[in-house]
Design a protein around this ligand. Sequence first.
Ligand code: UDP
Length: 449
Amino acid sequence: MKVERKQSVVLVPFPFQGHLTPMLQLGSILHSQGFSVKVIHTEYNSPNYSNYPEFVFHSMYDGLQGIDISFPSLDNIYVMNENCKAPLRNYLVRMMEEEGDQLACIVYDNVMFFVDDVATQLRLPTIVLRPYSAAYLHSMITIFQEPQKYFPFKDSQLLDPSPELHPLRFKDLPFPAINNTVPEPILDFCRAISDIGSSVATIWNTMQHLENSLLLRLQEHYKVPFFPIGPFHKMAPLVSSTSILEEDSSCIEWLDRQAHNSVLYVSLGSLVRIDEKELIETAWGLANSDQPFLWVIRPGSVSGFKCAEALPDGFEEMIGDRGRIVKWAPQKQVLAHPAVAGFYTHCGWNSTLESIMEEVPLICRPLLADQPVNARYLSQIYKIGFELDVIERTVIERAVRKLMLSEGGKDLKKRIIDMKQNIVAGMQIDGNSHKNLHDLVDFISALPS
Ligand code: UDP
């Protein structure tokens, strides 16, 4: 039966895995609610069209050919924001004139802040997608109000509580500090991504059950409707892969051969890099824990090395079949596998939500941006993870054993099961995420087009 489509919604993702994924999931959610979905994306990291035959895709010139942006610098992000203006404008004008399309609004990732300028010129409404936790944005805007309260801080303050931001310490503040202060260009950039310009609403990949008080405070600040409709990956009806890198599914066969609740999954996401020393300490920590592990070592994720060749000599032979190393895993499938008992993670927001929804407790090894904030909430407020403050083999070994074998680990598991159940309740009819989604659909449908 052909579904009568409502207006169309244009989505503009930021082309990195942790941002592209929630935008495509949001597209699936909106499509399931009857909207036509058009994805306008950069040439860099173009999504795989065949995974989303129900979307219309259009590629924009981004001016980034030949530039290594495996880790996006501020300069590259500004270049992208500048170069994409004209292509987006041209596309939207053509869409409005030629196709006579009922364009309801443009939803853009908060890092693609140029979208709001273009849309304002064309008098089109925009909605911002926040692919992060509310805790992260709340910490940023609190700091913007009085940055001098936080920066510069002294080495001796690193573990002290930071003002008004419990449970964060100075070392957890969500900006890359250089010599314990934050360069002005970084603050400016963070202001740009936290600003909503003339957007009429914000959509969140989070849940009221988890972050209600923070969301309320943020809403007071922004004064536009908020739609927390997470977790997207469970609210989205289609489960197509959104991976940019090729997934190595052979690790699922390896997991099939492991005992239930026995394996630690180790992954630091799609962007961060560690140094050789950390790789080696992690390797020995995992080896000495005596627990089976599945470890993602992404190409380029160890500074100065192409891939896993930085591992200690003889490590893989010594571990034998107890450990499995892959370049990129089908993570959601891995976390859902009955053999997986714990997740050693950088605490990216997608990984965090994916782990909670599969009831897998965490060892938190945050590195930058929102990760330290998420790690503090996971370990101190929700108490579903243990945080590593020191990256040293004996500390890692102890943390792994504690998570996998101790009573403390079982307590984390109980809490994460409760948390997941509450989130699932929010997804049912009359639950918060479900209700917020219906409000969002009504809100978009009522926008003047
Ligand atoms: N991911 C994956 N395979 C891997 C590692 C990560 O599919 O081997 C996915 C993971 O499921 C998540 C995303 O990559 O959806 C990473 O996003 P996150 O927000 O956790 O971290 P980021 O990569 O943005 O730092």
